[in-house]
Design a protein around this ligand. Structure first.
Ligand SMILES: Nc1ncnc2c1ncn2[C@@H]1O[C@H](COP(=O)(O)OP(=O)(O)O)[C@@H](O)[C@H]1O
Ligand SMILES: [Mg+2]
Length: 340
């Protein structure tokens, strides 16, 4: 028989303090309790998990049985089902609200054998961060530096597709994840590890994904590791800045005014976390006319930031002249990054 009213409330109150072990929020608040039944004096709790096959369901089961047992409900039963996509969408807000109030304890990882860790960042999406990460890494690699890329954008990774990588990463015998190697570069991204769909909304997973991809990955010796950061000034990029020992940030902007303004916000964020900002890469800064080969500036203003411009990259049209010029500038930028 399904419990209702005061009886239901009594049991719910007992379960309320139990948290989802991964999300860290009460399973009652997360609306994971589907129903509670009582059959011949035995309590049966039906729980909806947030992801199918959640490995932590046994912890929840144990916790629920324990609180019931303590109040004299012997031999209770816990059954698991899964939330629908709509139900998951509804609890995203709960997670957001709760997380704002939750004290954050962010683990800080060690530097490992990596000479320079450089975050490529912008508060705005679509300015070309991932493209710039790819170009910077390829340039550093071509200069003979041992190069790595870590795609820190958990909800919208793009490095895997930019490099057209099909492989999945696996762990070695010590449980360390082996990055995917492309032309000698070591690359790691969340979509090499797991189903992206399932994790988009799960805030705390940003930190556990970062842990896996940075800390639990066998990077070996690297001269330079580029981090492709998620856009925005929300939890996700800040978690990266706080947990990975970033040496410096390179900001990507486009010449548009809006992007400049956001660039400033970007710098405020980086500086507030005590991370030096090396300079700006202005992307889609000009284009070379296919017909007359004339160089045309895009937008009327230069990037107005009190920072050195490390490189100005054109809008790529597949012209060799553009590539040569860009690589020349990027080589100088890499030299500055490495020698700093
Ligand atoms: N310099 C460029 N010339 C032409 N297209 C570009 C250039 N930089 C980026 N793009 C295109 O703009 C889009 C957004 O770039 P992306 O690197 O994914 O940005 P972000 O990582 O900042 O979101 C992509 O389709 C990319 O191919
Ligand atoms: Mg990107």
């Amino acid at each position: 028989m399904k419990l209702e009213g005061e009886r239901l409330k009594g049991i719910i109150d007992l379960i309320e303090p139990i948290k989802d072990p991964e999300i860290g929020i009460s399973i009652v608040k997360l609306r994971m309790i589907d129903s509670i039944e009582e059959e011949n004096g035995k309590i049966k709790v039906n729980i909806k998990l947030t992801v199918p096959g959640c490995p932590l369901s046994s912890t929840i089961e144990k916790d629920v049985k324990k609180v019931l047992e303590e109040k004299g409900y012997k031999d209770s039963e816990v059954n698991f089902g899964f939330m629908t996509k709509n139900e998951l969408d509804e609890i995203k807000d709960v997670i957001r609200r709760e997380r704002i109030e939750m004290p954050q304890s962010i683990e800080r990882y060690e530097k490992k054998s990596i000479r320079k860790i450089i975050a490529v960042y912008s508060a705005k999406g679509g300015v070309g961060k991932s493209t710039v990460v790819k170009l910077l890494a390829e340039t550093a690699n071509s200069m003979g530096y041992k190069t790595g890329i870590l795609d820190c954008d958990i909800s919208g990774p793009s490095i895997t597709s930019l490099f057209n990588l099909k492989e999945r990463a696996y762990a070695d015998k010590d449980g360390k994840i082996i990055p995917i190697i492309k032309d000698g570069m070591k690359i790691m991204a969340v979509d090499m590890l797991t189903e992206v769909e399932a994790i988009i909304w799960r805030g705390p997973l940003v930190s556990s994904a970062i842990k896996q991809m940075y800390n639990d990955t066998n990077w070996g010796n690297l001269d330079i590791l580029f981090l492709d950061l998620p856009p925005g000034t929300s939890d996700a990029p800040i978690t990266v800045f706080q947990s990975i020992p970033v040496d410096a940030t390179v900001v990507v902007t486009t010449p548009q005014e809006l992007s400049n303004l956001i660039g400033k916000k970007t710098i405020v964020v980086a500086k507030s976390l005590n991370i030096p900002v090396l300079g700006v890469i202005e992307n889609m800064s000009y284009f070379i006319c296919k017909h007359c080969r004339e160089k045309n500036e895009i937008g009327s203003k230069d990037t107005k930031l009190d920072l050195p411009i490390l490189a100005k990259l054109p809008f790529f049209n597949d012209l060799n002249a553009e590539k040569e010029e860009s690589i020349k500038q990027l080589k100088i930028a890499i030299g500055k990054i490495i020698s700093r």
